[in-house]
Design a protein around this ligand. Sequence first.
Ligand SMILES: [Zn+2]
Length: 410
Amino acid sequence: MPPKDAARPTARGKNPGRNREHNRRVVLDLMRQQGRTGRRELARLCQLTPQSVTNIIDDLIAENLILPAGRRTASGRGQPPLDYEINPDGAFTIGIELAVTRMTAVVVDLADRIRVRTSFEVADMSPAGALPRIEALVAELRAGQPGRLMGIGVVMPGPFEIEGFSGVGPTTLPGWAGIDAAAALTSLLGIPVAVENDANAVAIGETLLGAGRHLSQFGVIYFGTGIGLGTVSSGTLMRGAFGNAGEIGHIVAAPGGRPCPCGQQGCLERYASTHALRERLLASGRSGDLAELDTAHPETDPVLDAWLDEAAAHLAPVVSILENVLDPQTIILAGGLAPDWLDAIIARMRLGTSVARRSDRALPRVIRGQSGTFAAAIGAAALPMHEAVTPRLELSEVAPLDTERMEQPG
Ligand SMILES: [Zn+2]
């Protein structure tokens, strides 16, 4: 049983059936969490009438998204009720991560199993170079899967469309500034494509498939090429007004420190990012290939040892700030570094005082993500899944803004 402050709230269904789409999400979400379940149990857990549940189950069976799973052993009079379970072959999503020189993709089925992982170098990640590769990749992945493709998620480094702030520098993709990536990809692939920055996608990925499964309030600090934060609040991603919430890479962590392409000095990303690590490797005459880290040991490698210390030292105060701002259940550290390396950074962080310093904590203040080096691609695949199956609070349940009283300051 999860600790009491770590429980993820279960959404309720709404009677009558005018909210059929919402109820359907509630049932699918619950079946994905619970595994094998019966009608009566679903009706009780979702607070729906047995008839509503029956209708939804019939629809889901017709769409091949769930399957009858037999009857339980009889325990009393009469025939025991029929159970149902998610049909893993019923549907799948594709997630693609575009990094500066590498494209990574996964196929995730309806039962959250990762069916395909692939990753390859792409020299030209501009739209002209990347779009044909994406088209070919999707055709190949699609051909190998049974079931329906529910959607495609693509992650790329943010921030998006910030004048004079980014769109330049080594941790963003060349040539994408000013392009509506979601519209371009949707028209290219003929299916809705969700585009998100990597940290936000990883936060959704950890919610559906990873360390955030039983959490409703948490932040994910993601080591991509740069560094970013994805925040989940009440089970929902905080995207911000322009989709750039959590752009912590350009928080000044060392005033007067290393110059950053954004124009400031001492940005967090200049210390705690794989780009900063690569710079250190290159400066010491090494290849800068992060694959060599798989066999490296920081205890015997002074360059790596120094980078881990530096990354941890600059991250720790940012973690305390995030805790004070967000009051999360925990902060998850995830990204394109091997699990050992993320553990080493967590172990080296000297966290200061913040609201998170409580004696009754259910989880440590910082934990490692569970989706591994494919975290961003898995997060990308989770975006359309989240869109299709996760219940959400409707606007009608939120008190309307009193616009009459919101006068502009004179
Ligand atoms: Zn910067």
